[in-house]
Design a protein around this ligand. Structure first.
Ligand SMILES: [Zn+2]
Length: 78
């Protein structure tokens, strides 16, 4: 079981005007270009060093561990 983290929204500042825009992790991972809501500049989302992929894997790992803990807890209750 893993979380669907692709729909998590992150915010980042436009390098041109500093307006805070939102994008999903999916959009970042796919390197999509979004349009700044402030100045309408094209912003290419770059997943530097695949940072979001690593973060996603880390979060999923933690989630698995949490699941294990919960399962163990449930078992010990019976
Ligand atoms: Zn902008």
């Amino acid at each position: 079981m893993s979380l669907d983290l692709g729909n998590i929204r992150i915010s980042f500042k436009c390098p041109e005007c500093g307006f805070t825009n939102n994008a999903t992790l999916n959009q970042v991972q796919q390197g999509q270009t979004i349009i700044c809501s402030g100045c309408h500049a094209n912003i290419k989302l770059i997943d530097k060093d695949a940072g979001t992929k690593r973060a996603t894997e880390r979060i999923n790992q933690s989630f698995d561990e949490l699941n294990d803990t919960i399962n163990r807890f449930n078992r010990s209750q019976r």
